[in-house]
Design a protein around this ligand. Sequence first.
Ligand SMILES: [Zn+2]
Length: 184
Amino acid sequence: MSLRHGFKAEANRLAVQVRAELGLHPTSPLAPALLAEHLAIPVETFSSAIAYDELVGRLLTTECEAVSAVTVHAGPRRAIWVNDSHDLERQNSSAHHEIAHALLMHPPGPALDIRGCRHWDGEIEEEADWLAGNLLITNEAAWSIARRGTSPEEAMLQYGVSKPMLTWRMNMSGARARRVRSAS
Ligand SMILES: [Zn+2]
């Protein structure tokens, strides 16, 4: 599965544009809660729903451990539910993934199958993953990390991302290649 032509550039433009709307620099970290608020999308946690929603409760158990976040649609309104039993880096990534679906105006699909597990559509999931990466670390941010020689640990903390996410964004933005070239 490959992303449609031009999507990668479009995703980075969008990630820079929403920062501008929030008065943030293109290289700034962007908390999903801040962006969700800007877009008027409520963000809830799985644990806050356990008491009264058995289905959501089940998502936290071994039955469907892989679910990180879901978007619940009610007509034109949507709400994002994040699995807060996961570590913060993963919650940031999952929340931005769900926000990306909203920014890309992906149509709501059957979010959960009969067993309460996630229903996947390869193309829109790949787009949401890609945009989520840009929302976390824009190309400009990755280039800045490379230019300043920020350590991975520092960058992970600053942008609220895991090591694999940082590595992926440094590779995909071309920042790693720049750093290697400038060091040689
Ligand atoms: Zn998704």
